[in-house]
Design a protein around this ligand. Sequence first.
Ligand code: 6XA
Ligand code: ZN
Length: 347
Amino acid sequence: MLTIYSDDHRLHHGRGELMDGVIMPVVETPARADQVLARVRAAALGPVAPPVAFGRAPLARVHDGGYLDFLEGAWADWIATHGPDTDGLPMTWPVVGGALRRDRLPESIDGKLGYYGFDAGTPVTAGTWKASTAAADVALTGAARVTDGARGVFSLCRPPGHHAAADLFGGYCFLNNAAIAAQWLCDQGAARVAILDVDYHHGNGTQAIFYDRADVLFVSLHADPSQEFPYFLGYADETGRGDGDGFTLNLPLRWGTDWSGYGAALDRALARIDGFGPDVLVVSLGLDTFERDPISRFRLRSSDYPVMGDRLARLRRPTLFVFEGGYAVDALGENTVLLLAGFEAAA
Ligand code: 6XA
Ligand code: ZN
C-alpha cells in the first residue's frame, strides 16, 4: 500500500494543553507520525511518497474563508500580543443560547481564539498553519491516487483533522483532512462518498460539515459523548438534517468496550456503508481505541486491528485511510500497520 507523508508535520509541536485541571505536555506529538512512518518502512508496507501542493481552493470547499485567514495569521497575531514563549490557547468562549454573542469576531487574538476554537487542548504554534496545510495536501494526494485507481492508500496526516468543523478548531485538529479529501472526491465526480470514522473520539467536525448532505455518508464508532470528549456531539439520535436525513449514523459505545462490542458495532457500520454503495470509502483512522492508549478507555488489542482491516477490505471499495488519533506511541506504528496490512491481505 502506498503511504503519503510529509516531514512538515514536525512544524506543529505544541508545548502544553489544558488537561485534568493543569497545563500538561501535549500528547499529540511529532513522535506519533515519526513512529508510524518508521513502522511503515520497517514492515515494508509499500512505497512512501511526498504530497503535491493543492493550494487553498480545496480547503475553502470545506472551511470558512474567515476561519482560514484566522488560522494563517493566528501565530503572528499571538506573538504580537503575547510574544513567542507560549502557544496560543483560547480561554473564553461564545457559548450557545445567546447569553454571549457569536455574531462579532473580536479583534483581539484572545477573542479570536475563543471565537474559532472550542477547547483549551489545541495549541496554535509557529508551525501550525504550515503543518496543517501539509496534512491536507497529504490527504488530497492520497485521494488523487485513489482516483487514479489505487485500491487502498494511506495518508499519514498530522495534525489530525476530524474534530475541525467549517469554522472551528479543537481536539488537536485545525483543518479537516478527511472532509477536505471527501469533498475533493465529490468535486472530481464521485456521486457518493462514505466516511467511516473509527477513531475513539467522535468526529464532530466531519459530521457537522456533511450533516445536510445525502452524497456523503458519515458513519462513526466512538466513545459515548455522554462520557467522553467532545461531549456535545456524537449521540445516536443525530441522523442528519434536510437532504442529509438518514446519512449520519453514530454508534456510541461505553467506556470499557472490547472487541466483542466493537466488532458487532463495526458490522452494523459496514452494513450501512454497503447499502449506501459509495464510489470511495474514506476511513478516519484513529488508533486510540487501543487498550493501552493513555487518554482513552476502550480495550482493543493489537490482534484486533488486522481483523478490522480485513472487514474494511470486504466492502470492496477504493479506500483512502486518513490518519487521526492514537497516543500509545510505542505501539501506534505497529497497530496502524497491522490494520493496513490486514486490509491489503484481503483486498
Ligand atoms: C481532549 C481530548 C482530545 C481528543 C483528541 C483525539 N483534549 N481525537 O484523539 O480524535
Ligand atoms: Zn481520538
